[in-house]
Structures are given as structure tokens and as C-alpha cells.
Write a protein that binds this ligand. Sequence first.
Ligand SMILES: *[C@@H]1O[C@H](CO)[C@@H](O)[C@H](O)[C@H]1NC(C)=O
Ligand SMILES: *[C@@H]1O[C@H](CO)[C@@H](O)[C@H](O)[C@H]1NC(C)=O
Ligand SMILES: *[C@@H]1O[C@H](CO)[C@@H](O)[C@H](O)[C@H]1NC(C)=O
Ligand SMILES: *[C@@H]1O[C@H](CO)[C@@H](O)[C@H](O)[C@H]1NC(C)=O
Ligand SMILES: *[C@@H]1O[C@H](CO)[C@@H](O)[C@H](O)[C@H]1NC(C)=O
Ligand SMILES: *[C@@H]1O[C@H](CO)[C@@H](O)[C@H](O)[C@H]1NC(C)=O
Ligand SMILES: *[C@@H]1O[C@H](CO)[C@@H](O)[C@H](O)[C@H]1NC(C)=O
Ligand SMILES: *[C@@H]1O[C@H](CO)[C@@H](O)[C@H](O)[C@H]1NC(C)=O
Ligand SMILES: *[C@@H]1O[C@H](CO)[C@@H](O)[C@H](O)[C@H]1NC(C)=O
Ligand SMILES: *[C@@H]1O[C@H](CO)[C@@H](O)[C@H](O)[C@H]1NC(C)=O
Ligand SMILES: *[C@@H]1O[C@H](CO)[C@@H](O)[C@H](O)[C@H]1NC(C)=O
Ligand SMILES: CC(=O)N[C@H]1CO[C@H](CO)[C@@H](O)[C@@H]1O
Length: 734
Amino acid sequence: MKLIHPLGLLLLSFVSLPCAVVVPAVRADSWREAKALVNWKASLLSSADESLGSWSLASYTNLCRWSGIMCDSAGHVAELNFGGTRLNGTLDDLDFSAFPHLKKLMLVGNGLHGTFPPGIGNMTSLVELQIKNNPYLRGAIPRSIGQLRHLTILNLEVLGLDGTLPEEIGNLTSLKELTLSSVSLIGSIPHTIGILTNLRWLQLDDNNLTGSIPGDIGNMTELQTMEFSYNYLEGQLPSTISHLIKLQHLHLLENQLGGHIFPELGNSSLLETIGIAENNFSGPFPSSICAGQAVEIVFAEYNGFTSIHPQTFRNCTTLQYVDFTANNIVAELRECFGEHPGWLKLMAFSQNHLYGTLLTEQGEVFLCNSTDLVVLDLSNNALHGSVSMCLSDMPKLQFIDLSRNTFNGVVPFSCQDSLNYLHLANNHFRGTFPLGLKKCKSLITLDLGGNHFSGTIPSWLSMSFPSLEFLRLSSNIFDGIIPHEIFQFRQLRLLDLSKNMLTGPIPDAFTNFTGMIQEQETSDIMYIYHDFDREVIEIVWKNAGHAYSLRKGAVVGMDLSNNFLSQEIPNGLTTLLGLRFLNLSGNHLSGPIPEDFGNLVLLESLDLSQNQLSGGIPPSFAALKSMGVLNLSYNGLSGRIPTGSQLQTFVDPLIYSHNPGLCGFPLEDCVNSSASTRNQVGKAGDREILWVYCFVAAGFMFGFWLYWGVFLFYSETWRCAFHQYVAWITCKGR
Ligand SMILES: *[C@@H]1O[C@H](CO)[C@@H](O)[C@H](O)[C@H]1NC(C)=O
Ligand SMILES: *[C@@H]1O[C@H](CO)[C@@H](O)[C@H](O)[C@H]1NC(C)=O
Ligand SMILES: *[C@@H]1O[C@H](CO)[C@@H](O)[C@H](O)[C@H]1NC(C)=O
Ligand SMILES: *[C@@H]1O[C@H](CO)[C@@H](O)[C@H](O)[C@H]1NC(C)=O
Ligand SMILES: *[C@@H]1O[C@H](CO)[C@@H](O)[C@H](O)[C@H]1NC(C)=O
Ligand SMILES: *[C@@H]1O[C@H](CO)[C@@H](O)[C@H](O)[C@H]1NC(C)=O
Ligand SMILES: *[C@@H]1O[C@H](CO)[C@@H](O)[C@H](O)[C@H]1NC(C)=O
Ligand SMILES: *[C@@H]1O[C@H](CO)[C@@H](O)[C@H](O)[C@H]1NC(C)=O
Ligand SMILES: *[C@@H]1O[C@H](CO)[C@@H](O)[C@H](O)[C@H]1NC(C)=O
Ligand SMILES: *[C@@H]1O[C@H](CO)[C@@H](O)[C@H](O)[C@H]1NC(C)=O
Ligand SMILES: *[C@@H]1O[C@H](CO)[C@@H](O)[C@H](O)[C@H]1NC(C)=O
Ligand SMILES: CC(=O)N[C@H]1CO[C@H](CO)[C@@H](O)[C@@H]1O
């Protein structure tokens, strides 16, 4: 190739003689550009060849038609665009200085490795530089980047860099968009960033940036979006941010920022989003936050705010999403939101100290005007009083969590088809199972645990809630039997009826109970809004309570403990192969443990303690390879504890205690104990012993009647004769 080229150039120069002044100059540039590209191509691994097939020096006059290349009107390479092309190599052999006219360079998802090339600063005409999704591209952003004075868009995302953001970034005074997301930047944000007064978009999220946000940031008066989330930024928010009168979106989620928020933050009449969640902000939340009348989103969860001024949200007609979960806010509910807050798709104030009731002084529910409400989370506060009907008038409501307050009275409300999650746990609700819920056809979770509900568990639940996955009715005073229809839920994966007063057998009707048959790896729970993931349910397994995120998906379990359930453990239970935990402790269950228990290979926690189970531990127990917690104590079990690698890890003899007939590791060895010989004989042996006892008893009865019957029923002479006969035998024996 190299040999052909001068000849070709010579030939071409002759042919196009009239244009000899201009064209050879362009051709010479083309030659240089083509050569740089072909040299680079040669350095790439073979897999790149196909996509760059058109690149060859022989066709350098066609350079502008090579794949990934666009030329300007003068025929210079103006754009290199390798979106999605697998290049599989480094940028080391690309001569950047060969492209003095390049305006745009795009390298997206190319499998590039090696280091970020300093030579990139030679492309001094660049207007747009985007290098994205090349996670093995290492090194640092070079200082030479400051030479790209015409750059208006710099977009580096998902790269494996580890350097700081160089001060020279401040030289790029034409920049309008600067995105450096997920590129592992370390160090602090250079104050020179404040020089970029034309910048509209500044995104530095998901890096390892430390230090404080420089006050110079207030000089960037064109800024509309500031995204610094997911870093380690600390210190106070500089008050100069209030100079950013065009700011619309402020995202500072998950940093270590602290102190008070200055009141002027709300002055901007364009500010829509305030994302300050998961920091260490404290003090009162500024009352003027809505002064600009544009705020739609306030994500302030997981901070240390102590109060919300009563006026704060009253005039916030634009507000839609408000999340103050897990702060220290002490406030009266209605004082905080006004009598009729019309906003809100999302209202999340869980884990604060809100007090008061949901009712207004006129006895109306203060929330009734919020017909757009999607999420209402007031759990873990100090609210009281009754809960009203109007929740059923909210056609978009998907999530209600009022758990862990002191609400009382009956649950009068019904719901719309929209409702997926209903959490009313740990309050003082009473009355029978709320009939109004019959209409909640779309429920995925129903948690009524820890209240004073009474009466029977209705048989219509599985009919009315066809999509239910999580049902928790524990710690109430439900009585009566467990209706067999409970096992007609097709998607149920958590059933917790523990700590009630249920009687009768566990129904053996599992054929339609398909939700527990399979392992549930992931959850198909949809996000209600972008990252709201507070769908939590309290479960007890492995002897401890957990606030379990439904999003984790994997939990499949049944807890029927602490009731008055009787009769045998149904065999059908052993078909629920997805079970991760099963707790039947504290009932009156009797009979043997089903032989096929070993089928439940995913079982991690099994508690059958405090029942009247008898017989042996089935040998199939040795197959329960996932088991981490086992408790069989306080039963009437007997025989040898099966051996199996997993069972050998249960060294605590207390899990078998109060079963007088059990032996083997970790209890006493079966061979030496008297219990063992009897047990090894097994059931047949037991039957023999029973026969022996019967014969002995029968023999005794026979003898008894033979002796005393004579006295009772026969004549005096016979009695005497009999006595003499016995005496004679006795004497003769001596
Ligand atoms: C890149 O090249 C290496 C080494 O030849 C090869 O193992 C790898 O599969 C290639 N990757 C791609 C995405 O082509
Ligand atoms: C290109 O950039 C490198 C590194 O910044 C530099 O050493 C080299 O002199 C530059 N070449 C040209 C032709 O500008
Ligand atoms: C960034 O922080 C994460 C987590 O702290 C760490 O694993 C990673 O190595 C850090 N990256 C750099 C480039 O320092
Ligand atoms: C920002 O503005 C202030 C006050 O006008 C000035 O003192 C400071 O040097 C500026 N910062 C930058 C980085 O331009
Ligand atoms: C910003 O708001 C505060 C009160 O919230 C007000 O006193 C101040 O004048 C406002 N500043 C500007 C520049 O609008
Ligand atoms: C959070 O702020 C408080 C003071 O408001 C301070 O005592 C505490 O150390 C801070 N925590 C962190 C992790 O910075
Ligand atoms: C709320 O709006 C009313 C009526 O427009 C006004 O009188 C009041 O001052 C406003 N309150 C706040 C805190 O802005
Ligand atoms: C809210 O609802 C009440 C009655 O339910 C009504 O009187 C009031 O006008 C409504 N307010 C708004 C702002 O819609
Ligand atoms: C399973 O569901 C079918 C159809 O709904 C029903 O006919 C059948 O009786 C159910 N079986 C059990 C054991 O509940
Ligand atoms: C079974 O439930 C009881 C309470 O009903 C609880 O105390 C026990 O720890 C649970 N067992 C396991 C293994 O979690
Ligand atoms: C087993 O269950 C009994 C009764 O339910 C309980 O008292 C005991 O603490 C439990 N033991 C273990 C080791 O979990
Ligand atoms: C020409 C120019 O503005 N150069 C500046 C580039 O950035 C560095 C570091 O901030 C400055 O020292 C230069 O003056």
C-alpha cells in the first residue's frame, strides 16, 4: 500500500491539473487522515475488521464514504462516529493531530481498553466529544483537554478512569453541556468550573468526588441542570446556588452534605426538582422552598430535618412528589400540609414524628381532594384517630402504608382497582375482616398484622384478590378454622397467619397454590415511580424479625405458628418446593412428620416445635441442604436423628429437646442408650411389644377371674374344694 500511494498521488495530480492549487491540498489532508485511520485499524484486533471493512488506503479518495466517517463541504473529515462498533483495541495508535478539521468524535460502546489518550487535545476544532460505555478505558482526563476551546458538548460516561477533574476544564469556555457520569473521578470539583458561564447542563453523578461544592458554582448563571448525585461531597450547600436563576433541576442525592439549607434556594421561579435525599442536612426545612411557584419534586428522604414550617407547602400548587421519609420531623399533620392539600402524586413521610389525625375539624378527611395521589406513606409516625372512606375515591392510589401509628376503629374504606399495596399493620384497628376490601381486586400486598381484628378469616380472599402475593394477618385475634380456599391463591408467596386463635386442621388443598411451588428468584414488582422501593413487609424467620423488601423477591414462606391448629401436618405441604421458611410451632399438631419433607430443598428455616408430633424424623431430612435454622423441640418424636451433611451442622441439642424418644447426634448415641435398641427395632418391634403387653394383661385378667370368680359365682363346697386344691399344689411345690 505504502508503495502505491506516491504514484497514485502523482497520477491524480496530473489528471486534475486545472484544480491543482486546491485539490492536492485536500487530497494530501485526506491521505493523512486516511493513513491515520488505517494505521489505527491495523492496531485493532481482528474482530473489528468487518465493521471497518471499507477502510483501506487503496480507496482513500473515497474516505468520505468510509463507514463511521462524515466530511465537511471541503472534503475534510469532520465527524468520526463509532456508535456501537466493536473496535476491541486501544486509542494509542490513533494520531489525533491528523484531524485538524474534526468537529465531532463519538466513541460509544466500542470495547475500548488502554488509557485515555492525551493526544485528544490536538483535535482543536472539536465541538462535540462523546466517549461513552467503554468501561475498560482507563487513565485520567488529560490536562490537554483544555485546548479544545470550541467544545460545546463534552460527554464522558461509564469509563474506567481514576483521575481528578483537571483545572483546565475551566478553559472550555464555550461548553454548554458537561457530562462526566460514572467515570470514577476522584478528588474535588475544581473551582475553575465557575468560569464556564455558558454551561447549561452539568452532570458529575456517580463518581468518587470528595470535598465541598465550590462557591464559584454560583457564577454559572446559565445553568439549568446540576447533577452531583452519588458522590462523597461534604460540607454545606454554598448559598451562591441561589444566584442560579435559571436552575430547574438540582440533584445532590446520596452525598455527605450537611448543615441547614439556606432559605433562598426556593427563589428561582424555574426550580422544579430538589433532590437532596440521603445526605446529612439538618434543621428546619426552609419555608420559602415553593416561593418560585415551580417546584414539583422534593426528594429529601434520609436526612436530619427537624421541622417543616406550617406555611411551607400551603401554596405549593405545583408540588407532585414529596418524600421526607426517615427524618426527624416533629409536626402536626394538617398544619404541615394545610386542610386540603390538592397536590401530590407522592406523599411519603414515613419514619418521622408526625402527630394528629387524618380528619379536619369539620370531620372530613384532609386528603380527600388529592385525587391524583399515587403513593401515601405515613407509616412509623404518631398519628391517631380513624381512617376514612375517601381513600376509595382516589382512583390513582396504588400504595397506602399507615403502619406503625395508633390509628383505631374499624377499617371502613373500600378501594379502586388501582390499589396494589395496603399496609395497615401495627395499629389499633379492630372489628371483623374489613368487608370493604372485597373490592380491592388488584392487591399484591395486604398487611393487617398487629391489630385487634377478630372473627373468622373469610373464604372469599383468594377469589377477591387474584394477584395477591403477600398476605399477613399475624398478631390479631382471628379465630375459627383456616378456610381451605386460602390455598387457592395462585401467586401467594408469603402467608403469615401466626399469633391468632385459629383452630382445626391445616387444609390439605394445595393443587392450586402455585406461588409457593417455584423458587422465586426475582420480584416482578413494578416501580410505582422511578425509584420508590419502600414496599416492605415484616417477616419472622430464622428466629428473628426482618423488615423485608418485597423487591428482593426471593422470600417464599408460611408462618402458621402460635395458633390452636390440630391434626396431622398435611402431606401436600411437601409439594410447596419454593418454600424458604415454614413455621408451624406452638400448635396442637399431631401424628408423624410427612415422609417427603426432604423435597423442600430450598427450606432455610423450619420450626415445628411445641406440637404433639410423634414418630421418627423422616430420613429425607438429610436432603434439606439449605437449612440454616431448625427447631423440633417439645414434641413426642422418637428414633434416631437422621445423619446428613447439613444436619451434622446442627450441634445445638436444644433444637431436639423435650422429645423423650430421640437419640443420635447431637443427642446421646443410639447404640448405648436403652431408647435406641427399642427404636432400632422400629415400628414392627413396637407392635410386638404391644402384643406382649396384651397377652400379659389378658393372662392376668384370666387368672384374676379364675381365682375370684370362683368365690363370687360358685357354691361354698366348690370354694372349699378349690382352696384345698390350691393349698395342696402350694404344699406339694414346697
Ligand atoms: C477482543 O479481543 C480479544 C483478544 O483477541 C478477544 O478475546 C475478545 O473476544 C474480543 N472481544 C470482542 C468483543 O470482540
Ligand atoms: C499531540 O498531543 C500530544 C500530547 O498532548 C503532544 O505531545 C503532541 O505534540 C501533539 N501533536 C501535535 C501534532 O500537535
Ligand atoms: C470509588 O469508590 C468505590 C466505593 O467506595 C471504590 O470501590 C472504587 O474503587 C473507587 N474508585 C476510585 C477510582 O477510586
Ligand atoms: C465567581 O464570581 C466571584 C464574584 O464575582 C469571583 O470572585 C470569582 O473569582 C468567580 N469565580 C470564578 C471561578 O470565575
Ligand atoms: C430570596 O428569597 C428571600 C426569602 O425567601 C427574600 O428575602 C430575598 O429577597 C430573595 N432574593 C432574591 C434575590 O430574590
Ligand atoms: C451529621 O450531622 C450531624 C450534625 O447535624 C453531625 O453531628 C454528624 O456527625 C453528621 N454525620 C455525618 C455522617 O456526617
Ligand atoms: C399563600 O397564598 C396566599 C393567597 O395567595 C397568600 O395570602 C399567602 O401569603 C401565601 N403564603 C405563603 C407562605 O406564600
Ligand atoms: C376540597 O374538598 C372540599 C370538600 O371535600 C371542598 O370544600 C374544597 O373546596 C376542596 N378544595 C379544593 C382546593 O379543591
Ligand atoms: C382449583 O381451581 C379450580 C378452578 O378454579 C377449581 O375448580 C378446583 O376446585 C380447585 N382445586 C382445589 C383443590 O381447590
Ligand atoms: C416461629 O414463630 C415463633 C412465633 O410465632 C417465633 O418465636 C419463632 O422464632 C419462629 N421460628 C423461627 C425459626 O423463626
Ligand atoms: C425452639 O423452640 C422452643 C419452643 O418453641 C423455644 O423455646 C426454643 O427457644 C427454640 N430453640 C431454638 C434453639 O431455637
Ligand atoms: C488560556 C487559558 O485560559 N489558560 C488557562 C487554562 O487553565 C489553566 C488552569 O486553570 C490556567 O492556568 C490557564 O491560564
